[in-house]
Design a protein around this ligand. Structure first.
Ligand SMILES: Nc1ncnc2c1ncn2[C@@H]1O[C@H](COP(=O)(O)OP(=O)(O)OP(=O)(O)O)[C@@H](O)[C@H]1O
Length: 257
């Protein structure tokens, strides 16, 4: 179980530009849950992911996993059990390296002298087998540089790389936003497959309301650092895009938009 407890997060603390984003923010995510997170621009979605991953510090509060407070644990330590895929397809892969080298890099996440160790015959066969599951023919392009692949191919690789080693949490930060609609659909299908196969506890930030409705077993809407909608289980199954749009309109009117 992942718990965010009494989280306070300020930006530009103690300056004229001080902004309190989260004030006493609480969220509990059960093991195996797939949470879709939607919300207006600036509502705090990416900041929440950054706090969980340790990319930014919190001002007070706790981040608890199985009863242990990890709020002070460094980002590279959390990377051992948290995989993350970003909107920018270049961020999850190394464009100047080949597919095989990228796979070796992911395979040896957190280990010293990673790359050489991973490029032995048995591992290459393993990478090929893993790549073939994407159904994009990447297993036949092991020596091709990742930089020349299409955005969709690269994002599929980023997803595979983020989940290659055993992780518990998968963090998806608008990971389909830069893709054309057909490719985005493909990446979402792959995401769902990986999440189910590996039983990953998943938090997906998206601006695509259809994905938020269709995927996952919980839907959370953030607004100004607060959860204004939180549906799971049977309630989540009944949610329609119109329901979310209605809430969005309410929020916009509140903001004077
Ligand atoms: N490093 C930072 N320094 C100062 N303010 C920041 C910083 N990062 C985020 N903010 C502010 O915090 C608020 C929340 O930003 P965040 O990126 O978490 O929102 P978001 O919901 O992910 O937005 P979007 O949908 O536009 O990506 C915004 O007002 C933003 O300007």
């Amino acid at each position: 179980m992942l718990e965010l407890k009494n989280i306070h997060k300020f930006y530009n603390h103690g300056t004229i530009n001080e902004m309190c984003l989260f004030e006493n923010f609480n969220l509990t995510i059960d093991d195996g849950q797939f949470v879709s997170v939607v919300g207006s621009n600036g509502s705090g979605k990416t900041s929440m992911l950054n706090l969980i991953c340790g990319s930014i510090p919190l001002d007070s509060g706790s981040i608890i996993i199985d009863g242990k407070d990890i709020a002070k644990e460094k980002e590279f330590k959390r990377n051992q059990y948290i995989g993350r895929v970003f909107q920018n397809t270049a961020m999850g892969t190394c464009p100047s390296m080949t597919i095989a080298e990228n796979m070796a890099l992911a395979d040896n996440k957190g280990k010293i002298y990673g790359l050489r160790m991973g490029k032995n015959k048995a591992r290459l066969d393993f990478y090929r087998e893993q790549l073939s599951q994407l159904g994009l023919g990447l297993e036949d392009k092991m020596d091709v540089k990742v930089g020349v692949l299409s955005g969709g191919q690269r994002q599929a690789m980023a997803l595979l790389m983020a989940t290659l080693t055993p992780i518990r949490f998968l963090i998806l930060d608008e990971h389909t936003a830069a893709l054309d609609p057909k490719t985005a659909d493909l990446i979402m299908e792959l995401t769902d497959k990986v999440v189910k196969e590996k039983h990953l506890t998943t938090i997906m930030v998206t601006h695509n309301l259809r994905y938020a409705v269709e995927y996952g077993d919980r839907l959370l809407m953030l607004h100004q650092g607060k959860a204004v909608m939180d549906y799971s289980g049977e309630e989540k199954k009944k949610i329609q895009i119109e329901d979310i749009l209605g809430k969005f309109n309410e929020i916009s009117i509140e903001c004077g938009n």
